[in-house]
Design a protein around this ligand. Structure first.
Ligand code: NI
Length: 180
């Protein structure tokens, strides 16, 4: 297994639509295992393939709280086939938008159809945290970030902060090279 590099916003690669997976083969399984390892290492509760630069409709999630046994889900070509009318706000964060958190309103309960790691079609019902994570990760497959659900004023502030942070980091890298 290997850790993958997570793309940090703003980055045009995070705004692209991912393509459906034709068949779950050994390479896809390997990718999903690497995504899970990367997610746990970050640490995070979900990761979508486009965040690792792979434009495929694949997400991994694990809503288990710290100390609880892991409960990973690997989902290929996920599709929401039902969503509750009842919505709930939930504070969301994203490994591609480090240290930024804002409440996002989404349907509370969903039913999702997906292909599992054995290439079998499955359906899962989710509510609460699991529902939030799946919807958040599925957004990544269509180039949508959680900040796209909040006011443009707040979104612009967050993107500005992240842009500034990137400039600082690339400056630090240059210095490190100069010092080498
Ligand atoms: Ni995210």
């Amino acid at each position: 297994m290997a850790l993958l590099d997570i793309i940090v916003a703003p980055d045009p690669r995070l705004k692209k639509k991912a393509a459906a997976v034709a068949r779950v083969d050994g390479d896809i399984v390997k990718l999903m295992n690497n995504m899970l390892e990367t997610m746990y290492d970050a640490p995070g509760v979900g990761l979508a393939a486009p965040q690792a630069g792979v434009l495929k409709r694949i997400i991994v999630v694990d809503p288990a709280r710290e100390g609880a046994p892991p409960a990973p889900l690997k989902m290929v070509n996920p599709e929401i086939i039902w969503a509750s009318e009842e919505t709930k706000p939930h504070d969301e964060g994203c490994l591609s938008l480090p240290d930024e958190y804002e409440p996002v309103i989404r349907p509370d309960k969903i039913k999702v159809r997906y292909v599992d790691e054995n290439n079998e079609l499955r359906t899962v019902e989710a509510e609460g945290l699991l529902s939030v994570i799946i919807q958040h990760e599925m957004d990544h497959l269509d180039g949508v970030l959680f900040v796209d659900h909040i006011s443009s004023l707040k979104r612009n502030m967050i993107i500005k902060r992240l842009t500034k942070q990137k400039k600082v980091e690339s400056g630090n890298k240059r210095h490190a090279l100069e010092n080498a």
